[in-house]
Design a protein around this ligand. Structure first.
Ligand code: PMP
Length: 289
């Protein structure tokens, strides 16, 4: 595999950045995870836009245009002959001193890794996930806005540890008001009758690109789609629950905190949206060649 670092492609072994990079020292930087399906980069423009919004929010000036960034992603896929994969696009603050001041870092580091896919186990989709809510609260928007997709993922990692301690693969994080926010790397949805709902941005979530695609698909399929605040009660009493994310796509949830969701099997609406999503992903995107 060839890894893109600041305009050049290196072998995995030679793709390196400094130990003085503030991305490492402080988690100071931003990133995106992007999928490639059938030699096409899915939702590339949306991911690039979010990357630049995250960068703006942390006063990080990315030293190339959005078009150049999109070209760099496509070029990295082309060189690696990526047909189906997961791209990690990272922009770090760059090399600085051991102090916090980000403005001593003069050269942001741009890294693009086009990895071959590590799909979630098939079992997750067939049987659905059993997950739990955890004590670690999602970052307060007033402190570190969850819309900033930053290199500091400790909030989510702490929740992930709690999930794994509980013997399940994923956690639901609540916000400081005790309302449902999202999973550690995925957004959450409920289905109740003909209504598909997900917490609004103000609940303190990352506005997922998969989330937005799935909301559009649900609308097109004739469901009522709502962004609404949710309590755990609403999750327990939903007909169906599912998660969405770039890596996960659409994954059913069948148990939360020992409460069976619906009949305890992946729901019909979830499965319908899963199929719709796969169809869209297979048919759209920016060509790699
Ligand atoms: N929430 C969090 C905290 C995430 O890290 C991710 C994955 N990037 C998501 C939601 C899902 O976002 P997307 O659909 O854009 O991958």
């Amino acid at each position: 595999m060839k890894v893109y670092v600041n305009g050049k492609l290196y072998s995995e072994r030679d793709a390196k950045i400094s130990v003085f990079d503030h991305g490492l020292l402080y988690g100071d930087g931003v990133f995106e995870g992007i999928r490639v399906y059938n030699r096409r980069v899915f939702m590339l423009r949306e991911h690039i836009e979010r990357l630049y919004r995250s960068a703006r929010a942390i006063a990080l000036e990315i030293p190339m245009s959005r078009e150049e960034m999109a070209d760099a992603v496509v070029r990295t896929c082309r060189v690696n002959k990526t047909a189906n994969g997961y791209i990690r696009l990272v922009v770090t603050r760059g090399v600085g001193t051991l102090g916090l001041n980000p403005f001593v870092c003069k050269q942001p580091q741009i890294i693009i890794i086009a990895a071959t896919i590590q799909l979630y186990p098939e079992e997750y989709y067939e049987k659905g996930l059993s997950i739990v809510t955890v004590p670690t609260v999602r970052n307060l928007a007033e402190a570190l806005n969850p819309n900033i997709k930053s290199l500091n993922y400790l909030n989510n990692i702490l929740a992930k540890i709690e999930a794994i301690n509980a013997g399940v693969p994923e956690a639901i994080m609540l916000n400081a008001d005790g309302l449902v926010a999202e999973a550690t790397g995925d957004n959450i949805f409920t289905v109740k009758g003909r209504t598909v709902a997900t917490p609004p941005p103000q609940a303190g979530v990352l506005e997922g690109i998969t989330r937005n695609v799935v909301m559009g698909l649900a609308l097109k399929s004739g469901y009522e789609v709502r962004e609404q605040m949710m309590t755990r009660y609403d999750l327990y009493n939903a007909d169906e629950v599912f998660l969405t994310g770039t890596a996960a796509e659409v994954v059913p949830v069948v148990e939360i905190d020992r409460r069976r969701i619906g009949d305890g099997r992946p729901g019909k609406v979830t499965q319908h949206l899963e199929r719709q999503f796969k169809q869209l992903a297979a048919a759209t995107g920016v060509p790699v060649r």
